[in-house]
Write a protein that binds this ligand. Structure first.
Ligand SMILES: NC(=O)c1ccc[n+]([C@@H]2O[C@H](COP(=O)([O-])OP(=O)(O)OC[C@H]3O[C@@H](n4cnc5c(N)ncnc54)[C@H](OP(=O)(O)O)[C@@H]3O)[C@@H](O)[C@H]2O)c1
Length: 250
């Protein structure tokens, strides 16, 4: 069955992807929805599409073998993989809980890479991968140092993989949104605690998703929503990071 796999499908951007995939990729017949909150995943529905709920904790030891078993059993024809699950916590590294710092590494880097590795054997020529990175990947963000480093990994990983997979005609798009009003902001204890976050223009999740799906359709390597952040991306390649670091402090 022509399949899309979406991690982080239970809320925010991931949930919005579930709503909009059909508009851009109507040929996809089945979506696999991955996140921890099974009730949130069960509540989703898309007319004409089969939804398979996989309640997995992507920071656990067991999730990968569970996903591999499911892939081997179902042998899906994966046309679209959206790695959306992610988290970010505000605070100085040395003053923050180690568990939260490690959670960012496990989810944003390790799980994204492992899920991609597990899914690739089931992705035929013409497949597409969307990795949700961030504007935090452009310049190190002081007070979100680990988060921005994980997103730099996501952007670099995506760019490299995009080239590696060209012979298989599989494209990888790194999506780099600015702040969005999702659970991410509450979970990361960000709102009200960061002048930068409180003054930056917010991106609207449904517009980000629309643009990201269109960018994936065109097989673009990077998609940055909003003119303001497109400009920031260009400047981050021109101005020394030693200068930008101070402006990008969260
Ligand atoms: N919101 C922003 O300001 C912003 C800006 C730039 C980039 N991003 C990126 O956008 C992506 C989506 O975030 P969002 O804004 O939509 O936030 P969100 O609403 O908090 O969504 C995060 C998703 O990840 C899932 N998740 C968290 N921990 C998990 C785990 N251990 N195992 C499996 N799934 C897990 C959550 O589901 P469960 O809790 O049910 O597991 C949820 O579906 C993230 O990669 C984030 O880094 C966000």
């Amino acid at each position: 069955m022509k399949t899309a796999i979406i991690t982080g499908a239970s809320s925010g951007l991931g949930k919005e992807f579930v709503r909009q995939i059909h508009d851009v990729f109507p040929q996809i017949e089945e979506y696999w929805l991955i996140a921890r909150r099974e009730d949130h995943l069960q509540a989703l529905s898309v007319p004409g599409v089969v939804l398979r709920v996989l309640p997995l904790d992507l920071t656990s030891d067991a999730y990968l073998s569970r996903l591999q078993e499911e892939l081997s059993a179902q042998k899906p024809d994966v046309q679209l993989l959206i790695n959306c699950a992610g988290c970010g916590y505000l605070g100085n590294f040395h003053e923050s809980a180690l568990q939260e710092q490690c959670r960012m590494l496990d989810l944003n880097i390790r799980a994204l890479s492992c899920v991609t590795h597990a899914v690739l054997p089931f992705m035929a020529e013409g497949g597409r991968i969307l990795n949700i990175s961030s504007i935090a990947s452009f310049v190190p963000n002081v007070r979100m140092t680990v988060y921005s480093a994980t997103k730099a990994y996501v952007s670099f990983f995506s760019r490299g993989l995009h080239e590696e997979l060209k012979p298989r005609r599989i494209s990888v798009t790194a999506v780099c949104p600015g702040p969005m009003d999702t659970e991410f902001i509450q979970t990361g204890r960000i709102k009200g605690y960061s002048k930068t976050f409180d003054t930056l223009p917010y991106c609207i999740p449904h517009k980000v998703v629309r643009g990201a799906l269109k960018a994936a359709k065109k097989r673009r390597a990077v998609y940055t929503p909003k003119f303001f952040y497109k400009l920031y991306r260009v400047l981050s390649g021109l101005i020394p990071h030693a200068i930008l670091l101070h402006l990008a402090k969260t």
